[in-house]
Design a protein around this ligand. Sequence first.
Ligand SMILES: [Fe+2]
Ligand SMILES: [Fe+2]
Length: 173
Amino acid sequence: MKNDLSFDYISKDILENRKFQKIAYESHHGITRMEHSLRVAKYVYKISKKLKLDYESATRAAILHDFFTNEEFGENHGLIQGVVHPEIALQNAKGEFKLNAIEENAIVTHMFPLNMRMPKYKESWVLTGVDKVVAIYEYFSYKFNYSKFTSKVNCKLNLAGIFAFYVITMGRK
Ligand SMILES: [Fe+2]
Ligand SMILES: [Fe+2]
């Protein structure tokens, strides 16, 4: 695996895709879905690169993991959206890009355990972990504005925790 691909190089074609650009107008955790997806993807890029995983696939999956518009759900928001949206994101991603097995699995399992689909690859575990930490950070920072309880430092500390967890887990094999 090449260890010198930049985030910009990996993300370029996705960010130029017209259908994907629609998520820049969707609200998500008090910001836009594009902002959320890129925040998750940048952490996934750093962590999976450090862990010497397939960081290109992990990053592409992270950018695409919430590739859906609210319109695609009609009235079905809340829990149903939480359970169903990984499958919709996967179908949208497959419609626009050629995905490999890691990318498909990481996208469709990122809501584990809510949607009961267990991640199969280490890259998928990194995405589901980072997405949760970032989502909690964003909910409290932007949606509810509880700045007393959250900070970028907290977000980074939790991500460092995920990183440490994977290093320890992988070291056991
Ligand atoms: Fe999601
Ligand atoms: Fe997400």
